[in-house]
Design a protein around this ligand. Structure first.
Ligand SMILES: [Ca+2]
Ligand SMILES: [Ca+2]
Length: 127
């Protein structure tokens, strides 16, 4: 199974799936059409495929989407300090503006602190 982002770059690739269930976790970081390709690698079987998806929103201040709000996220916020995220030429940077007013400032920092060390138990591997 292959998943390409709207720019044609692979965001998930798994050619070794042997079973009949494959789970692909990947970040939808751009707007546009993502392409999912499933290739039947068996020459002796008839293959039937089904596709289901679930969109899971990350914790609001989990900017790097590693399922915890910590210093890495604070670092991302600090790199955009007092900037307009709309001018950073990176759609994913818009999430830094937690209080959406067009500037990364103390209000966004305060909002980040409300989620400090919060984890997403669905994906965060440690208690
Ligand atoms: Ca994080
Ligand atoms: Ca803001």
């Amino acid at each position: 199974m292959y998943i390409d982002d709207p720019g044609g770059q692979p965001c998930f690739t798994d050619q070794l799936t042997q079973g009949n269930l494959e789970k692909a976790d990947f970040l939808i970081s751009q707007s546009g059409d993502y392409q999912i390709r499933v290739i039947n690698q068996s020459s002796s079987e008839t293959a039937v495929y089904a596709l289901a998806y679930e969109q899971i929103e990350p914790i609001p201040a989990d900017f790097n989407v590693d399922s915890i709000v910590n210093g890495d996220d604070l670092s991302e916020l600090s790199f955009a300090w007092l900037q307009d995220p709309h001018l950073l030429n990176d759609e994913s940077r818009l999430r830094l503006d937690l209080i959406p007013d067009g500037i990364i400032d103390l209000n966004d920092f305060s909002h980040l602190l409300q989620f400090w060390l919060m984890t997403d138990p669905r994906y965060y591997p440690w208690p």
